[in-house]
Design a protein around this ligand. Sequence first.
Ligand SMILES: Nc1ccc2nc(N)nc(O)c2c1
Ligand SMILES: [Zn+2]
Length: 372
Amino acid sequence: MMFEFRVQAVCPETGARAGELVTPHGIIETPVFMPVGTRATVKAMSPREMEEIEAQIVLSNTYHLYLRPGVELIEKAGGLHRFMNWHRPILTDSGGFQVFSLSGINRIKEDGVEFSSHLDGSRHFMTPELATRVQEGLGSDIAMCFDQCVELPCDEETARKSVERTLRWARRCKEVHRRDDQALFGIVQGALFDDLRKDCARELIAMDFPGYSIGGLSVGESHDEMYRILDLLNPILPQEKPRYLMGVGFPTNLVEGVARGVDMFDCVLPTRNGRNGTLLTSRGKFNIKHSRFEEDWGPIDPDCDCYACREFSKAYIRHLYRSGEMLGARLCSWHNLRYLISLMKGAREAILEGRFPQFRDRFHELFSTGKV
Ligand SMILES: Nc1ccc2nc(N)nc(O)c2c1
Ligand SMILES: [Zn+2]
């Protein structure tokens, strides 16, 4: 079986799930945090180091790789796994979101989106068919439909049009998708409008995708608005299929997303924050450049088993960061990635052992102390 999802345990109080996602490049244990490797690399980390921190799957981006180096080159290399020397699962985003958030002057047509490359201003036309074809060329294990994510706030009419277009585009992606060793997920849109979200989910479910992504969130809405949409979709999305919350996120959002039936997460936070010295820890977040760490000989996080926490002091990492040394950004990224991966591993174990409510309470109690 190329692609299979097994729910192994469900928390009776919350509905949080522990599962296994079988893919051609390995089994993913969920809930899972997926590090983002936009341009075929998780910034500052080698594949060997990613294996050491037990990353199970990484994300890459159709939009970026289509523009540079181009899918043709990656196909000549034997696909994205060979090109980047990462032989565990890869998920690719379709470019729907990036075209709107990164490219210059984009014009949405029924057929697709006309946009200018953020690299050199060249004009391109991305369609659902092309986005699907590129992902098949990259050879990711999990691909995304080409969708339209609207900016918030937006009126209901705009959101409704984006849902209808997203559904038409999802049908077109599904029609041209051929690789049976690649799972194509539908993406639920609908902004913050309950009926649109429900209608979009139901239409996608009728198309019978192997997994469902929740798009259009982590785009500036409040935590409560995000949680309201998750509470709405949780009972509607098929229990036996994986749910992927796109672009999330911050530790509290991960734990609360798991509590609302989400299985998969991705976010640039750990590496982006790592590069600016912001550290995510079991006791909250802080920035290493603060003077209070000048003579702090302790680890970033006493509860963390990562290389940065085992081998270096905050004082040293602060020195690296202030000196603009690359090792500073590497160690901070290394820790942040391991912290989020461990957080999801801990949630999974708690669900399997029937103690997820206690895990969730303990997490919030410790994380909110902010006592580093
Ligand atoms: N917050 C996000 C992040 C990535 C996304 N990717 C796609 N394709 N669609 C969305 O709505 C996203 C939202
Ligand atoms: Zn650490």
